[in-house]
Ligand binder design. Structure first.
Ligand code: SF4
Length: 268
């Protein structure tokens, strides 16, 4: 560790623009084991780790950086999944520059640790080697309904399933994922990554009811009466007006509407 003196920060490579122009696939490559280990070894293992403090999930960042530096993928994978319901997704889409990396002690002149890239590496390399998020199966007689299959719904489902509780997830669209699926463009988060997570939740015991709009296809009372608890995670899907001149003019679209329709066209 503490190799920041000898090793410069590098980030995952971007695909060449000449390659990217042909598709909407993700822009960034994933670090290889050697680069991930070397980059992780730059960390100075702060006694009061600002990266961990700033992370909204309080991920065990210094710990999984140390195990990554030591090429102990099994431990890194376990630690990374412990506090995070979908580390392979947050590694790709979190604004690390404003969170863990922005507050990293080394961000002051030396270059922050490439925490996001390493987080993605740990998950993807672990998946490649057959590692999976762990669930015990349904071990209780409790059943919880989750309305909305976006990040909040997926997170709630993960922790309920980890506790052995049956989950029924209700989604108004025909695909699960909410803003992960319909809001974030595929060049930042490939949709197969979201589908893979949902598949693991289904394998863990979740039932997904797609095309099920509460209030239209099923009533809220029906859901309440058939479950022990209900988690409502319907997101904040209304775009905010910018209050600038002519924003109501023809051909001006709200961001969420635009992103949703662009993604829906790609699905068709
Ligand atoms: S703040 Fe930066 S240097 Fe300190 S433990 Fe976190 S990643 Fe390592």
């Amino acid at each position: 560790m503490q190799e920041f003196i000898n090793v410069e920060r590098i980030s995952a490579k971007q695909r060449e623009s000449s390659d990217r122009i042909d598709d909407f696939r993700e822009i960034y490559d994933i670090l290889g084991t050697e680069d991930a280990s070397i980059q992780a070894s730059r960390c100075i293992q702060c006694g009061d780790p600002y990266c961990h403090n700033k992370c909204p999930l309080h991920n065990y960042i210094p710990y999984w950086l140390k195990s990554t530096a030591n090429i102990d993928l099994k431990l890194s994978f376990k630690l990374s999944n412990e506090s995070n319901p979908f580390p392979e997704i947050t590694g790709r889409i979190c604004p690390q520059g404003r969170l863990c990396e922005g507050d990293c002690t080394l961000n002051d002149g030396h270059g922050a640790i490439t925490i996001g890239n390493i987080e993605t590496y740990i998950s993807e390399e672990g998946f490649k080697k057959g590692m999976r998020p762990e669930f015990p199966g349904i071990t209780t007689d409790k059943k919880v309904a989750i309305i909305g299959s976006g990040p909040a719904g997926i997170a709630a489902a993960t922790y309920l399933l980890r506790a052995g509780i049956k989950v029924d997830m209700y989604e108004k669209d025909n695909r699960a994922g909410g803003l992960l699926t319909y809001g974030i463009p595929g060049f930042k988060l490939d949709k197969s990554i979201v589908e893979r997570r949902i598949k693991w939740l289904i394998e863990a015991g979740m039932t997904l009811y797609a095309n099920m709009k509460v209030g239209d296809n099923i009533t809220f009372d029906e859901i309440v009466n058939s479950h022990d608890a209900v988690f409502v995670g319907i997101g904040a899907q209304k775009s905010r007006k910018a209050k600038i001149n002519n924003e109501k003019a023809d051909s001006v679209y709200m961001a969420i509407d635009y992103l949703r329709s662009a993604q829906k066209r790609l699905f068709n």
